[in-house]
Every structure is written in structure tokens, then in C-alpha cells.
Design a protein around this ligand. Structure first.
Ligand code: PMT
Length: 401
């Protein structure tokens, strides 16, 4: 597994932790090439990284010390993974704008390798809408962003903005290297978000799904070499880079899009929160209070159960459902696993703090149809997505060995 990591180091106070990351990676046999910004060299001497990695440290785009090569192109081409830590607001802004005014930003522009950013800065800077919008923009281009940790910051304030501890960053990078291309050439069909069931042209029934869990799965499957089609209900999220996105509104539209793309899929993951019922009749005009009394009665009819329909004709596909429950989590999840002919179900207690709808984190249990249950800790949805995909890969491999 060991590979080649290009570690971009910027001028944030957390740079001292990155020194340990560089040595931790080297200890695992990973070849670490370090590129430092000018600001970073004011906080830690390049010689420190050079000694710990055993490699020359690059700081200058205009170097004449590399005969026979243009450093930003050579470094960009040789890396299996580019990691920027700490990623400051400045480098995030420059990358989001496509600037290349130093060695690190030109390497990032020139590389074809996945680029991972570990933002670390003051909490107000991190929450600044400009920084958040730059991060969204980078995500939409396929950059991977690892959320900073919360706690006491170097400036004395408390909040989100800390670089995670070096062991955590190191193991994240090691895992990421191990997962590169591990899902190629699988074809994924993933659903995300809520559905909207219209009552009249201006009103609908829906649920709080933000789409984050499904989008995280789609982005992770793509980053790991999968070919991904994402069928999404209405969300505020930017389209994930490299993924074929199909936007739908209602459960019936989602059903049609999923069934159309089912033939070209190996793995189906249904993270969408699909409405089980819809109004029997959609009014053509806005319903007026003046035309009704104090109460109004809606007659509802069943929507198609998309997952059950796929289960009945899944063939060799691996079928993963979700179960969003507020009680009897495991019993209900197990019943859905069986009734819908699933290979795996992700059980999600949506009443638990930090879990379920419209939050950045999730805690799930994965139940497979051989009765095995894996309990996972609370984690960012991006991390949970990788764990779910690890489970998918394991089942797929065991079937095809
Ligand atoms: O989008 P987020 O804000 O990130 O929130 C994530 C989530 C809570 C939506 C997600 O983690 C989750 O639990 N998704 C499943 C929600 C759901 O509808 O669960 P369910 O138990 O009602 O449905 C069981 C399964 O059948 C699901 O895979 C669902 O997609 C599928 N289903 C349900 C009804 C229906 N008519 N057709 C379906 O295919």
C-alpha cells in the first residue's frame, strides 16, 4: 500500500502538529515530499521536515536546483495524494480562485492526484461565509475537505478550527491511500435527499433530509474509483464533482430515475428519505382559506416502495438500504433487510443527538443479511460514508472471490 504523499504546509500555527504527521507517515513507509509556503517557513524551518522525511523540502517555484525538471510539474505528477495541512484561509481562497502564485498552488493546479485539505484557523475565520463558500466551491471541484476539530484554539477562543491531533491526521492519510481506487470499476447508483409531495402549486409534504449522507456516499465512492450516478431530491448542496447527478422532486420521479439507471449499476445505496404517501389529488391552483372551513382533510395514497421494487429484481447487484427509525431500531432495520431482499441495511436512530437528518454527523449500525451487525461510532458523514463503503467492498469481495 505505501505510496507517495505530497504534503503542502501553510503558515498556520498548527504547523507544529504537521511535523509529527510527516514523521508518522515516514514511519509507515510512505514517501513524503514536502512543499512549504513562504509563511510556513517562518514558523518551522524546512530543515525540520527535510530531516524527518529524508527528502529535500521545496519552497520556491523559481528554483534552479532541480536539473532536468520543472519542480511543480514533477511533484504534481509523482504524487498519489496531495494533502494540505494546515490549510489556511489564504490558501483555500487562492485555490478556490484558481490562483497559482507560489509552488504549492501551482502544484495543486497541475496535479491529477486527489487533493485533501485540512483547514485549521480561528473559529470566526472558519465560519466566515467567504471561507465556507470557498470550501463549498473546492468541494464542487472534487477537493476533499476534512472538517477541523472543535476545542481551544491557539488564539484562546474556543470553537471549531483546530487541526485534528497528528495521529488522527496520519491515520486518515494512511486510510485514504489504502482506499485509493479500491472501488474501481464498480458502478454505484445512490439516492439522497428528501422527496416533495405537492398538495397544490405552492405547498408540499416533505421531511428534513438535507441530502448530506447520500452526497457524502456519492463523493466518497467517486474518490475511491467508483463510477457514480446520484439521484437526488431537492437539496441545497453543490453537485459532487465527477458524479452524474439526476435531480428529481417526488417519490414517483425518484422511482422512475432509479429504475431507468438500475441496469447500469453494480451497487445500489438508498440513502434518500422517500415519502411513503402522497396526496391523492394535487390541486391545480393554490388552496384558498376562503374556500374551506377551519379544517381541511387530505386523502393520502401510497407511493411506490422503490427499494422493495429493486429488491424483487436485483439480480447480482448489491443492494443497500437505510432504516431511519425513532424506536426499535434494530428490529425494524432487520425486518426491512428481509422484507426488501437487501444485502445490507444502515440503521439510523434519527432521534439520537448528532445523528440522522440535517446534521453534519451520523452514528449508524450496519446489518448484513448473514446476521452480522457492525456498530460504528459517531463521526462526520464523510467518514461514515467511507465506513459504509468499506462494508460494501468487503461483501462485494467475499462474493466475487
Ligand atoms: O439527508 P441527511 O440530512 O444527511 O439525513 C440522512 C438520513 C437520515 C436521511 C439517512 O441517513 C437515512 O436514514 N435515510 C433513509 C431515510 C428513510 O426514508 O428511511 P425509511 O426507513 O423510511 O426507508 C427505508 C428504506 O427504504 C430507505 O433506504 C429508503 O430510501 C427506502 N424507501 C422508503 C420509502 C419508499 N417509498 N421507497 C424507498 O425506496
Amino acid at each position: 500500500m505505501p505510496g507517495k504523499v505530497l504534503l503542502g504546509v501553510c503558515g498556520g500555527i498548527a504547523v507544529y502538529k504537521v511535523v509529527s504527521v510527516a514523521s508518522g507517515l515516514r514511519r509507515q513507509g510512505i514517501d513524503v515530499q514536502v512543499v512549504m509556503t513562504e509563511a510556513a517557513t517562518r514558523l518551522v524551518a524546512p530543515l525540520t521536515f527535510q530531516t524527518l522525511t529524508g527528502n529535500r523540502v521545496y519552497t520556491d517555484i523559481f528554483t534552479t536546483e532541480q536539473p532536468g525538471g520543472v519542480p511543480h510539474i514533477t511533484l504534481a505528477q509523482e504524487a498519489d495524494l496531495v494533502v494540505i495541512a494546515p490549510a489556511t484561509a489564504n490558501v483555500i481562497g487562492k485555490l478556490a480562485a484558481g490562483l497559482g502564485d507560489d509552488l504549492l498552488t501551482t502544484v495543486v493546479l497541475a496535479t491529477k492526484a486527489p487533493v485533501v485539505l485540512f483547514p485549521a484557523m480561528n473559529v470566526n475565520m472558519f465560519q466566515n461565509p467567504v471561507v465556507q463558500s470557498n470550501l463549498d466551491r473546492l468541494r464542487s471541484f472534487g477537493f476533499e475537505i476534512v472538517a477541523p476539530a472543535s476545542g481551544e484554539l491557539a488564539c484562546g477562543q474556543v470553537g471549531q478550527g483546530r487541526l485534528p491531533e497528528p495521529e488522527h491526521v496520519t491515520s486518515w492519510i494512511v486510510d485514504r491511500l489504502a482506499r485509493r481506487q479500491d472501488l474501481a470499476p464498480l458502478r454505484f447508483l445512490i439516492t439522497a435527499g428528501p422527496t416533495r409531495e405537492h398538495i397544490d402549486p405552492v405547498r408540499f409534504l416533505s421531511n428534513p433530509s438535507s441530502g448530506r449522507m447520500g452526497y457524502a456516499l456519492a463523493a466518497a465512492a467517486h474518490h475511491r474509483g467508483g463510477n457514480v450516478t446520484l439521484v437526488s431530491g431537492p437539496t441545497e448542496l453543490p453537485p459532487p464533482a465527477g458524479v452524474k447527478l439526476i435531480n428529481v422532486t417526488s417519490a414517483r420521479q425518484m422511482r422512475d430515475a432509479v429504475m431507468e439507471h438500475l441496469p447500469e449499476s453494480d451497487v445500489v445505496i438508498k440513502a434518500a428519505a422517500v415519502a411513503d404517501y402522497r396526496p391523492a389529488q394535487v390541486e391545480a391552483q393554490k388552496i384558498k382559506k376562503s374556500e374551506h372551513g377551519e379544517t381541511i382533510t387530505l386523502e393520502m395514497v401510497r407511493n411506490p416502495d422503490i427499494l422493495a421494487e429493486i429488491g424483487a429484481q436485483k439480480g447480482q447487484r448489491l443492494l443497500v438500504g437505510f432504516a431511519a427509525e425513532t424506536r426499535n431500531l434494530m428490529e425494524n432495520a432487520a425486518a426491512k433487510l428481509q422484507a426488501k431482499h437487501l444485502d445490507m441495511i444502515v440503521a439510523n436512530d434519527v432521534r439520537e443527538a448528532g445523528s440522522g437528518f440535517a446534521v453534519a454527523t451520523n452514528r449508524v449500525r450496519i446489518l448484513t443479511n448473514d446476521g452480522h451487525c457492525q456498530e460504528l461510532p459517531l463521526g462526520p458523514k464523510e467518514q461514515v460514508a467511507d465506513w459504509i463503503l468499506d462494508a460494501v467492498r468487503k461483501v462485494w469481495q467475499s462474493r466475487n472471490d
